[in-house]
Design a protein around this ligand. Structure first.
Ligand code: PSV
Ligand code: MN
Ligand code: MN
Length: 388
């Protein structure tokens, strides 16, 4: 039997980080659809994120993307976040939107370009110092499009050198999260294409280097929960970029395309104790809302993660272990499916009510009038960053 009090207490501690870029206009390479009320400044993005926390109670931090969220005074930005009841989370570096990076950033064949990219990463650590952020998220678009274009091994050497320099710059309590991605924008080789490459670099660099799993960055059919279980067992899972996908890096709302996959991932997280704050695993969203309203989409995404977590916490672990140890294949599978098929929404609604929140965060936001207010007040909202 599962202890529902323990489930509730674990859920009360849950924290999901929102991406600042989810609140801006975004789109595909074909069209960016502009929406009324989108933020014009990083301060307004944080204000929108604070609304998600206000109604869900479990989204207390906002990730920034530099230079999309450039401001003069980062300490003041962090204070602004605190005033709104949230805090600045991971700092996401961006070494993929400058002409100099056409052939790569930290793996570029030209040392001058590599230096420029590294300087940006180090500047992001300065921002962490100013905001109190503990996590630097590194994603490199680096790779090649054609066989022979560059030396695959030399590029790994350059990558290792840059990562070591970043690691050396990090202060006490700071770490970097290295994100891998199968392909895009490079189509032949990608310098950090998979968890194994990210893991190998991070193992060499020690405790300040961890892997981040973006759920949209794998080949179709990849067993992501296996990767999660493996990295957690090795103490190398730093966090998630949650989103869902049907084809490639679709950046759709987490839990929308495959809620069962999200449950399986959260089952491995819970199995390894990753849901406890002490695990240090960062649960971040990395999504773009191209056709849906952004604040409600973030609320929906947070609720999807919460529901999957609740189901994972409901797994009867004693019954599961007993079935596994006696080779009861159908029984073991049945235990997992019972948890997955439980409708946890009434339980979560009660939990919110106990915490003084509206049981229905989507409806509460719709009623709040916030969207009407920002639609009227904000003119000239910015793109999320892509194509900016
Ligand atoms: C790359 O596709 C990525 O997932 C990285 O996390 C970037 O920083 C992010 O997208 C921006 O949306
Ligand atoms: Mn990502
Ligand atoms: Mn991505």
């Amino acid at each position: 039997m599962t202890d529902l009090g323990a489930v509730a207490s674990a859920l009360r501690q849950q924290a999901i980080e929102l991406p600042s870029w989810a609140f801006g206009n975004s789109g595909t390479r074909f069209k960016v659809f502009a929406r009324a009320g989108v933020p014009r400044t990083p301060q307004e993005k944080i204000a929108d994120a604070a609304q998600v926390h206000r109604h869900t109670g479990i989204a207390p931090s906002v990730a920034l993307h530099i230079p999309w969220d450039t401001v003069d005074d980062y300490a003041a930005l962090a204070a602004h976040a605190r005033d709104l009841g949230v805090r600045v989370g991971a700092i996401n570096s961006n070494v993929f939107q400058d002409d100099d990076y056409m052939l790569g950033s930290v793996t570029h064949p030209d040392a001058k370009v590599r230096r420029k990219a590294l300087d940006h990463l180090l500047a992001c650590v300065d921002i962490m110092d100013a905001t109190g952020s503990t996590d630097l998220k590194l994603w490199f678009s680096d790779g090649t499009n054609y066989p022979g274009q560059d030396d695959i091994r030399a590029r790994q050497d350059r990558l290792a050198e840059a990562l070591a320099a970043v690691r050396d710059r990090l202060g006490e309590g700071q770490r970097f999260l290295l994100e891998y991605k199968l392909f895009e924008p490079a189509f032949y080789t990608t310098d950090v294409p998979d968890w194994g490459t990210a893991y190998a670099h991070c193992v060499k660099l020690g405790d300040k280097a961890q892997v981040v799993v973006d759920t949209g960055h794998h080949a179709p059919g990849t067993n992501i929960e296996f990767i999660v279980a493996f990295l957690m067992r090795e103490g190398k899972l730093g966090g998630f970029d949650f989103n869902s996908r049907f084809y490639a890096d679709d950046d759709l709302m987490v839990g929308a395309a495959d809620p069962f996959q999200l449950f399986r991932i959260m089952h491995e997280v819970v199995r390894g104790g990753g849901h406890l704050a002490s695990s240090g695993i960062a649960f971040m969203l990395d999504q773009c809302h191209n056709i849906e309203p952004k604040i409600p989409a973030q609320i929906r995404s947070v609720l999807n993660v919460q529901e999957a977590t609740a189901k994972a916490l409901l797994v009867d672990t004693a019954a599961l272990e007993a079935a596994q140890l006696t080779g009861d294949v159908l029984g073991a599978n049945g235990v997992l499916m019972d948890a997955y098929n439980t409708d946890v929404r009434p339980f979560l609604a009660d939990l919110r009510a106990e915490q003084g929140l509206d049981p229905d965060p989507m409806a509460a936001f719709a009623r709040s009038g916030y969207q009407d207010r920002i639609d009227a007040e904000r003119v000239g909202g910015r793109q999320a960053g892509w194509g900016a």
